[in-house]
Write a protein that binds this ligand. Sequence first.
Ligand code: UT7
Length: 331
Amino acid sequence: MNFTILGTGSAMPSLCKTNDDLSKFLDTSDEWIRARTGIEQRYLCGEESITDLSCLAAEEALREAGIGAADLDLILCATATSEYRIPSMACLVQERIGAQCAAFDINAACSGFLYALDIAAGYYARKKVKHMLVIGADALSEIVDWTDRSTAVIFADGAGAAVLGEGDDLLASRIGARGNRAVLYAENVKGNSPFRMRDSEDGAQCEEQYIHMDGQEVFRFASASMTRELKQLMKDAGLTGKDVSYVLPHQANRRIIDFASSKLPEIASERFLTNIEKRGNTSAASIPVLMDEYNKKGTFKHGDILLLTAFGGGLTTASCALRWNGKQYNK
Ligand code: UT7
């Protein structure tokens, strides 16, 4: 036994910024950003915190699932940009929504939500839980260097959530990592220990706390791994391209998604779902937000087979195949 998805929810900050808005203070242009990433606009935290967004997404997912916070047995939150190091974001959400269950965070960068689903499957297999809340939430705008045009134009903020119940709808799940600090990193805030003797690897610059990315290197890793992981996932689940209803890829760059789609001609390209145009790259929120959006549009029908696939800092990869059995929405 594993799980079924009972309800989904998502929340975006109220502040929406277009490419033209960014080109007012960065040496960039709407034309470049659209052509190289597919992004037209993104939502960024202004007044709201990432905890606020996570709670909104969680409450919506609970409503859609038809259960209350008191029915939850475990909350898992995937994030790399929690407001606090202590307590975890999962505990902050637990308090705010009025749940009483165990709660913890995981960090697998943009792959975090799918790592969390993989962990959730273990709790169901051990029959430790009936209802779980899984959140993917990030506010990359808080750690982006807003003078660095190569990262500031792609990252964005948001939160997505799914409420799980007992079922058998996880057909296969894969997680992986290829440890690599250099190509995508942001250091933690340092304390003021009088005993600290070492500098950070690159020389104790406070700029290290901003996100650093070798975009081309990540692009290469992402393009190769997304194709490879989707092929292996289908094999693990005993599926062929014809069985696949939709692919929900991490929304990092439109070109990465198009590349993966071109290498998998057995899945029609329109089956690869996107929302990067309007939302940018929201890291761990990317896949649950995409799932919620297409769910509420009535895109998914009972029995549909969804392939979810992500990659991110770490470097991490994660993917899973799901049978859709959630609440049915009208188109
Ligand atoms: O989700 C987490 C994982 N992250 C990712 O998946 C990101 C993967 N990487 C990418 O999406 C792409 O590498 C980027 C969108 C980050 C960059 O696109 P690119 O096509 O790889 O650009 P590039 O780094 O090769 O740069 C090409 C040119 C350079 O100028 P020169 O040297 O050719 O004169 C850059 O300086 O584009 C320039 N450039 C920009 N120009 C206008 C880089 N960023 C910008 C910008 N606006 N924002």
